[in-house]
Design a protein. Structure first.
Lengths: 352, 252
């Protein structure tokens, strides 16, 4: 199988309900297999820091940079297919809706760009920076902003459907379920709002601000808080089912594998907890501060904290670790025969 | 933040800055500060001078490095009128302690890691020299040191909880030298209580190049620490380093 054939199995999705598409943070891949990389396929120097996670679709790796450039890079070769430049910085991890690449910017503008051509299709706007990743459900794009508002816009046109104001800045990427949108807020609350109006259905307070993005497993909403706790909430009413205390604040976003949820903490550990009970199954030392979301592929969970580490999901035993020249702190793209990384220094690597 | 707003400063006039953008991310400041407060890292990555003012610099050659200048952050040089310095209280393997002075100097100027190359450190006098450069010197008007969790070994980067003491203290003052003198005294006391050598120790047997050994053994260090940078800053007129002359009041 060629690289090009392999990469076509990555999904350009119609629904993209959460950060990196799903509870496993796969970015839409269906063929991931995380093995210890042996060599570099290519390295691309983009010239600006990268503070978001790359996503892969139809053989192209899409990377947003702080310098305001979006790159579409061929996964096989590292050659840039197209670039899209805006005036402002970009910290938002991109997402897909059909053939549109969606991302926010520090000016508050949210862009939809044709993923094949790199041409702007529409632009929506918030009044504050948008670091969250736009999520999409049933043809509606949702994104939070530092202006304390959650926005809903039509995915086809970018036309605003509603905007609702909350009590703090929003850096938590939403989870868009069928009828409800869930997100954390700088005011320390986890909110559930109506998808049709943005009106709050319930909120649950935590002890500090939230920039972790939630996962939804059945009727359990899973999210971390800067108050050191990881929360499992009843998605119907926000009741706390259980909470687990880590050693420092949680900015990382959880991943789900069956009955297990894995979350990173700034205390330098990954925690694997049973979703029904909150019981600690394993705890693994990563080393550096963990703020990135873990990513699941096959039977390992990968986390970036300076380097990239992989742990066996069932035991928490370290499977392998990989380092590159620059520090990495977002989320890797894992495919059947390659791993793509973006560094803080602005380098993108394809390892195999 | 609330206090600054309560005296009439609009949120839009408040900037929270740190040296590296990724460190700001780690602190999650973006999510925690009030709306309209600007949060920024001077440097987006580890290299590059885009956030610095090329006209204001400290020039010194310590180890024959190719770049001998450290430039002042543009946000300090031209962007703000007053600075409230918010250091955390911690041991520092090269400087002795990180307090008001090191936080201010090394957080505002770039290319500072060149001042220490194991096992030697020129943080004394560079820290004080940097803090004495205008307009940084005049703009830094208040210091609030976070001693709620006090790192007494393995600083500045340790996550080893054994060496992080929940001291539960905040230090507030206008004299960075006096505050760092008190910090040094507190860290020395804690180290003594724990059986660790003084930060002044210059015994070659204490030096290791093994990071793991350093992070887990308080008798080991990567550098000969230079806590004398505090007294040097006092000699540069930045404050009072004589413990007997410091007006220190404890509020409980």
């Amino acid at each position: 199988m060629t690289h090009a054939q392999e990469n076509t199995s990555s999904t350009i999705a119609s629904d993209w309900p959460t950060l990196l598409k799903d509870n496993r943070r796969t970015g839409g891949r269906e063929d991931a297999a995380a093995r210890a990389p042996k060599k570099v396929r290519w390295q691309a120097r983009l010239g600006s820091s990268i503070r978001s996670a790359p996503v892969l679709g139809n053989g192209l790796l899409y990377v947003t940079t702080v310098g305001g450039t979006v790159f579409a890079i061929e996964g096989n070769t590292g050659r840039t297919r197209w670039k899209f430049q805006i005036k402002d910085q970009i910290h938002s991890t991109p997402s897909f809706w059909k053939n549109l690449l969606l991302f926010g910017s520090d000016s508050g503008a949210v862009y939809a760009v044709d993923a094949d051509l790199g041409v702007k299709v529409w632009e929506a706007s918030a009044n504050g920076e948008v670091w969250t990743s736009p999520v999409t459900a049933a043809g509606v794009v949702y994104f939070g902003s530092a202006d304390a508002r959650l926005y809903a816009v039509e995915a086809e046109t970018g036309r605003q459907k509603w905007a609702q104001e909350f009590g703090g800045r929003i850096y938590s990427t939403a989870f868009a379920a069928t009828d409800a949108i869930y997100f954390g807020c700088g005011d320390g609350n986890v909110y559930c709002v109506e998808a049709t109006s943005g009106k709050a259905m319930w909120h649950t307070s935590t002890g500090n601000g939230i920039d972790s993005s939630p996962a939804l497993a059945g009727d359990t909403l899973l999210i971390g808080s800067e108050d050191f706790f990881f929360y499992a909430l009843d998605s119907k009413n926000g009741a706390v089912k259980w909470k687990y205390e880590t050693g420092l604040g949680i900015a990382s976003s959880p991943v789900v594998a069956g009955q297990l949820v894995v979350i990173g903490s700034k205390d330098g550990y990954l925690y694997a907890l049973e979703i029904p009970t909150g019981r600690l199954v394993w705890k693994a030392h990563v080393g550096g501060v963990v703020t990135a979301p873990p990513v699941i592929a096959d039977d390992v969970v990968c986390i970036q904290s300076w380097g990239t580490l992989a742990f066996e999901i069932s035991t928490g035993k370290e499977a392998w670790r990989a380092g590159v020249g620059g520090a990495v702190q977002s989320a890797p793209v894992l495919t059947k025969d390659a791993m793509y990384l973006a560094s803080l220094d602005g380098d993108v690597y394809a390892l195999e | 933040m609330t206090g600054v707003q309560s005296v009439g400063v609009p949120a839009g006039n408040i900037i929270v800055y740190d040296r590296y953008a990724y460190e700001i991310d780690i602190g999650s400041y973006q999510a925690l500060v009030p709306a309209n407060v600007k949060v920024m890292g001077v440097q987006d990555a580890f290299t590059g001078t885009a956030g610095y003012d090329m006209a204001i610099y400290c020039d010194a050659n310590f180890f024959g490095e190719w770049e001998t200048r450290s430039y002042m952050a543009s946000v300090v040089a031209r962007g703000v009128t007053k600075i409230i310095n918010v250091p955390t209280m911690k041991d520092h393997s090269a400087a002795g302690v990180t307090g008001c002075l090191k936080n201010l100097g090394y957080g505002t100027f770039n290319n500072v890691a060149r001042s220490h190359r194991a096992p030697y450190s020129f943080t004394d006098p560079l820290i004080g020299v940097m803090c004495s450069v205008e307009p940084l010197r005049s703009k830094a008007v208040l210091h609030i040191m976070d001693g709620m969790r006090q790192v007494w070994h393995g600083g500045p980067l340790t996550q080893v909880q054994d060496f992080i003491h929940p001291a539960g203290m905040l230090y507030v003052g206008t004299d960075p030298v006096a505050m760092d003198t008190l910090e040094l005294e507190a860290i020395e006391k804690k180290r003594r209580d724990e059986g660790a050598p003084s930060v002044w120790e210059h015994d070659p047997a204490s030096i290791t190049s093994n990071d793991h050994e350093f992070f887990h053994d308080p008798k080991k260090n990567l550098f000969y620490r230079r806590p004398g940078h505090i007294a040097s800053a006092g000699k540069l007129g930045l404050g009072v380093a004589d413990r007997a002359q410091i007006d220190h009041r404890r509020i409980t």
